[in-house]
Design a protein around this ligand. Sequence first.
Ligand SMILES: Nc1nc2c(ncn2[C@@H]2O[C@H](COP(=O)(O)OP(=O)(O)OP(=O)(O)O)[C@@H](O)[C@H]2O)c(=O)[nH]1
Ligand SMILES: [Mg+2]
Length: 443
Amino acid sequence: MNIFALSTGKGPSGIAILRLSGKDSLQISKLITKKNDIKSKEVNLCKFYDPSNGKMIDEGLLLWSPGPNSYTGEDLAEFHTHGSNAVVSCFLRVLGEQENCRLAEPGEFTKIAFQNNKMDLVEAESIGDLIHAETELQRQQAIKLIQGNASNHYNSLREKLVKSLSYIEAKIDFAEDDLPENVLKEVQASIKHVHKNIKQILEDQKIGEKIRDGFRISIIGDVNAGKSSLLNLLSKREAAIVSEQEGTTRDVIETYLNIDGYPVILADTAGIRKVKNKVEKEGIKRAIKKAKDADLTLVMVDASKKTINKDLKKLINEDCILVFNKSDLSKKPPKNEFTKNNQILISVKKNKNIDSLIKTIKEKLSKKFMKANSILVTRERHRAKLNAALKEIEKFLKKDQKKEIETAAEDLRLATRHLGGIVGKVDVEEILGSIFQDFCIGK
Ligand SMILES: Nc1nc2c(ncn2[C@@H]2O[C@H](COP(=O)(O)OP(=O)(O)OP(=O)(O)O)[C@@H](O)[C@H]2O)c(=O)[nH]1
Ligand SMILES: [Mg+2]
């Protein structure tokens, strides 16, 4: 079967690229271009025709890459046409009318590339990440993964396990004196090293996932301090209702932002105060929970107030940034005991000092998270596999390997399998579906 799809985005554009992969793609390309001398890895200037009636569809370029040296590893044609909806839909119809030709499923080109060993699973996933990257940090992380840093690391850990396993199997198969005495000691040391390494990777505060999904920042504070106003200003839209009435916001309102390259999910919450109203009470409960779950909390206080309210004070810890708003009304924020915290005086209304708040947010996030090691876990799937491998290794290390050598070997075998599953060396089928379905069609 040959598969095809529009690989560029929808809508009128200068150029659209349609891909066709499969063993008949050269034959079909010849039919569509009426050309017999299509050159590989060269730009072929062509007219494109509908073979059913010989009428011209458009003119453009054809890039022809015979397998295995193509993105998918199969024969691959790329048609560059003008990017109008009419040209694209006509071209897609014509491709669909060719024998053994069907529209590709989301991510199918990359899935075939993986199946043809053009890339491993981590690299394939990171191509999906790169396509969806919205911020600079996300782009950098995806590129690192595409370059194979993480894959190489996982492979080298797995190879260490495989090597140890082969020693243990030799110990099982051969008589005692055929192998040097210290083999088991060496195995133990090597496995301890792998164990330590995986633990380090896992102790990364989920930074890789946060870069993919966004850092969680919550704004909590006094009623009427300007929390919703700040959310609206940063997200450049009227996401939350702003009013001079106290207790306007009840529900948590979240928006996704790109703060200077940092992907952020910013939450606006109900103002903290003592209330009887059931609905507002529930809102405050949710606000407190949001603050607890956040990677960073902005505590907002009206700068013209004499003191910080007691209930709010209880929620301030060393990690919070204190934001005194309404500097247009008062240049002197209330004196307070939180001298170790970052404190910033702003005015949302007058757009004053917002850049310094953004700078502080960035510095806080990078101080808290960016010291993490270079191998970042970017998906729950990787984390689950690493945890499973770690568990098996721990079982192995707890055993008396002289007495329980056979079950110890099984522990190592399972650990190897879990580690291999990250890059796709085993257990592939079950995870393929879930990975590639997140892609867009044409990739
Ligand atoms: N003078 C002045 N007023 C501001 C500033 N920022 C916000 N306001 C006003 O303060 C009032 C409350 O703003 P909101 O953004 O609704 O405050 P909030 O903290 O979300 O309030 P609740 O949702 O009720 O907790 C509105 O009338 C805003 O226009 C500021 O920098 N200076
Ligand atoms: Mg509000």
